[in-house]
Design a binder for this molecule. Structure first.
Ligand SMILES: Cc1cc2nc3c(=O)[nH]c(=O)nc-3n(C[C@H](O)[C@H](O)[C@H](O)COP(=O)(O)OP(=O)(O)OC[C@H]3O[C@@H](n4cnc5c(N)ncnc54)[C@H](O)[C@@H]3O)c2cc1C
Ligand code: SF4
Length: 453
């Protein structure tokens, strides 16, 4: 397995943002198509309830800073959301123009307003005077940053503790650069810091500072740790050269954008790549392998296409990238020659009755074994839960996720949680993590007001 054979120019082309920015003229034309509906369904369809018609109207009158301010009042991570939200399922999916005409491009208009703000380094938000209360936030991903920023606006002294070297969570390390360049994630972090939030990177709670110390030193704690690493498959051959894990593979391509494309060209990629799993992470890892120049990329999934956790539009997108699928296929062993991956031995599976979660049970078809020829295997079967950390806070869990009430308070009254670490059901998205941060900030504020008044 070698580095990419593509030239740096080809790589630059393949790893730049897919959706282009709107020009001023395009933004004006698009904004003027909006009907500014009363009781607009797009507001209800946005998990952070951005006042979409108001911000679009402001763009139509060339008040772009005003538009950005309206957006930020509801969503501090709006530059990321404008790029990564599955808008077809959310705001744009609800647009009344969608039935007969093209829905308004809400995501791209939002991006237009946010790019205007960041390009000019503007700060339209104000913060309340310090109120003397301290909150610790664990994790500098969307949930943590949103909560930290909202609390800072209310006058809290907020410290975010982040175990990675760079803040931003999966916006920085996970979401592919073609959807969100790392620059955007880091600019947004800087914006939150300007609200007065302190971010300490390279600090892992549970290792560098204990849960007990945090609870003693801060008035409240918000857990926004997301999920852990991609778990092992538990099959023979995982130690062979050519087996990698999807999140680290994707992270390399994010960092390459920051540290130079040479890093991309050195990233080892196989000629024939098998990606195991069928969620966001698998789709993104497969896209990257293909764009790095792999001849053939196959997603191997033990269930059927209907049960894929990825969105339909992502499935269509990746088929257009030339990625192939082997549904109803269960990997049994990674085969090797001279210590290097040479194939993936699988069983064919068949669907049975639906289980408790509504998904069909699957079982092997007798004598159906087959071998998929490949020289690289990428593991992308979800992410582990951070059980040890949750245990340190003595939290009640729900299927391994932190159990919270509707105010996002955990079983420990001093501890709140949000983002992927509470998402036991439903799709994990940046915009829902951002909304969790907002809800938790409000709940922490209300609780601390109550306890001190
Ligand atoms: C590959 C991939 C692609 C995705 N694509 C999309 C997309 O296109 N659109 C979309 O809406 N969503 C997408 N998502 C989902 C989205 O990224 C997540 O829902 C979102 O990032 C969750 O935010 P969070 O803050 O809960 O967690 P995270 O973003 O995971 O951030 C958690 C942070 O906590 C830190 N942390 C963990 N433990 C500790 C500790 N003990 N001490 C200190 N810090 C700690 C982590 O290092 C991390 O920085 C994608 C996810 C993946 C994996
Ligand atoms: S945050 Fe996402 S869902 Fe909400 S309006 Fe913006 S693009 Fe649409």
């Amino acid at each position: 397995m070698d580095g990419s054979k593509l030239s740096l120019d080809e790589l630059k082309d393949r790893f730049s943002e897919i959706k282009p920015a709107l020009s001023k003229r395009e933004a004006s034309i698009e904004a003027n198509r909006c009907l500014y509906c009363f009781d607009a369904p797009c507001i209800a369809a946005c998990p952070t309830s951005i006042d979409v018609p108001t911000f679009i109207h402001k763009i139509s009158t060339d008040n772009v800073l005003g538009a950005a301010t309206t957006i930020l009042e509801a969503n501090l991570l709006a530059a990321t959301c404008s790029r990564v939200c599955p808008v077809e399922e959310l705001c744009e999916g609800a647009c009344v123009l969608g039935t007969d005409h093209k829905p308004i491009e809400i995501g791209r208009l939002q991006r237009y307003a946010m790019d205007y703000l960041y390009d000019r380094d503007l700060m339209p938000l104000t913060t309340a005077p310090p109120n003397g209360k301290k909150v610790a936030v664990i994790g500098a991903g969307p949930a943590g940053l949103s909560c930290a920023g909202e609390l800072a606006k209310l006058g809290y002294q907020v410290t975010v503790l982040e175990k990675q070297n760079l803040p931003g969570g999966l916006s920085t390390y996970g979401i592919v650069v073609m959807r969100e360049p790392i620059r955007i994630a880091l600019e947004e972090v800087e914006f939150v810091k300007k609200l007065g939030v302190e971010i300490k990177t390279g600090v892992e709670v549970g290792k560098d500072i204990s849960a007990k110390d945090l609870l003693e030193q801060y008035d409240a704690v918000f857990i926004a740790t997301g999920m852990g690493k991609v778990p092992d498959l538990g099959i023979p051959g995982e130690d062979l050269s050519g087996v990698s894990e999807a999140l680290s593979f994707i992270a390399e391509t994010k960092l390459a954008e920051k540290e130079g494309l040479e890093r991309l060209s050195k990233l080892p990629v196989g000629r024939r790549v098998a990606v195991i799993g069928a969620g966001n992470t698998a789709i993104d890892a497969a896209t990257i392998a293909k764009r790095l120049g792999a001849d053939n990329v196959t997603i191997v999934y033990r269930r059927s296409a209907e049960e894929m956790p990825a969105y339909d539009f992502e499935y269509e997108f990746i088929k257009n990238e030339g990625v192939e699928f082997r549904f109803l296929s269960q990997p049994l062993e990674i085969l090797g020659e001279n210590g290097q991956v040479s194939g993936l031995r699988c069983d064919k599976m068949q669907l049975g009755e639906p289980g408790d979660d509504g998904r069909h049970q699957v079982s092997p078809v007798p004598n159906s074994e087959f071998t998929l020829e490949c020289d690289q295997v990428i593991k992308a079967i979800g992410q582990e839960k951070l059980l040890e950390l949750f245990a340190a806070f003595e939290l009640e869990l729900k299927r391994g996720y932190v159990k919270v009430d509707e105010t996002l308070r955990s079983s420990n009254p001093q501890v709140f949680a949000g983002g992927d670490c509470i998402r036991a059901g439903g799709l994990a998205m940046t915009v829902t993590a951002t909304e969790d941060g907002k809800i938790a900030a409000k709940s922490i504020h209300n609780w601390l007001l109550e306890t001190t008044s």
